[in-house]
Design a protein around this ligand. Structure first.
Ligand SMILES: N[C@@H](CCC(=O)N[C@@H](CS)C(=O)NCC(=O)O)C(=O)O
Length: 264
């Protein structure tokens, strides 16, 4: 089976797919799509992903979009080591978590991540070049949101609210993990995989205190996820060290501003 993943490193949706592929031990190639220079808006990419979103998973020449659906597909491609719980009640719980990610957590995510992952590259470009890239976005609301994040960083509307949403999801995870070892019961599942990239990114941004403080069950879950053999004994080993160092520095700077906004 030929598998190719179009991804942007540290994009939680793309990392979610990488974690599922790693759990299954499936070999795949990666093609990084630079969201900072809008490589996702080329006609070739839009033909696969009409909204210009990564990830896209190409399996034997057929392209699939939407990370939650892609992860279910990966689980079906390789039925060994199932990533869906065997009990129907646990499968329903798993899907409540993936739905929460798709409908609540991920839509809030750009408020935390864009100022760190994309804004610095845009600030290094002439403003006209950034406006040209923004003009290529088809959705006016997405264009306006990205423009505000470019101009205002964590002061843009939505950034502080994103932290509040993330914090609320962490509370829900902690409550669940006090009662069961994994989010959808006794076995590691697509629910854990759906949430893990967000916690990893926050960790990589040097903001781990945001989800660990006062949440011992969540902190323990994160350590157990990180130690899973599929991730090479540490999720950091799946990333470029220089890029991790850079996002940690940017994340710590952003956090100073977010913390100031939270206090006011
Ligand atoms: N619902 C989609 C969301 C994908 C998505 O938001 N991808 C982001 C990166 S995490 C993206 O490609 N953003 C590019 C842009 O907004 O220009 C999924 O789960 O795959």
């Amino acid at each position: 089976m030929d598998i190719l993943l179009y991804n942007y490193p540290l994009s939680p949706c793309g990392e979610k797919v990488r974690f599922a592929l790693a759990e299954k031990g499936l070999a795949y190639e990666v093609c990084n799509v630079d969201l900072g220079s809008k490589e996702n808006l080329t006609p070739k990419f839009l033909a696969m992903s009409p909204k210009g979103y990564v990830p896209v998973l190409v399996v034997d020449g057929a392209a699939y979009i939407e990370s939650t659906i892609i992860n279910e597909l990966i689980d079906e491609i390789s039925p060994l080591k199932p990533l869906k719980p065997s009990a129907f009640g646990d499968r329903a719980r798993m899907r409540l978590w993936t739905k929460l990610v798709d409908e609540v957590l991920h839509p809030a995510w750009p408020g935390i991540a864009w100022p760190i992952l994309v804004r610095p590259a845009w600030q290094a470009k002439p403003q006209g070049a950034v406006e040209d890239m923004l003009a290529r976005l088809l959705d006016p609301a997405r264009r306006e949101r990205q423009r505000r994040m470019y101009l205002e960083g964590v002061d843009a509307p939505g950034a502080v609210e994103s932290v509040a949403i993330f914090s609320d999801v962490c509370d829900q995870m902690d409550a669940c993990l006090r009662a069961s070892p994994w989010l959808a019961g006794d076995a590691y599942s697509l629910a854990d995989i759906a949430l893990l990239p967000y916690c990893f990114a926050i960790d990589a941004f040097g903001m781990r205190a945001l989800f660990e403080n006062r949440r011992p069950a969540l902190a323990d879950w994160y350590r157990r996820c990180d130690a899973r053999p599929a991730y090479g004994g540490g999720i950091r080993s799946m990333f470029d060290t220089a890029r991790l160092n850079e996002v940690e520095r940017l994340g710590r700077e952003a956090w100073v501003n977010i913390a100031r906004r939270l206090r006011t």
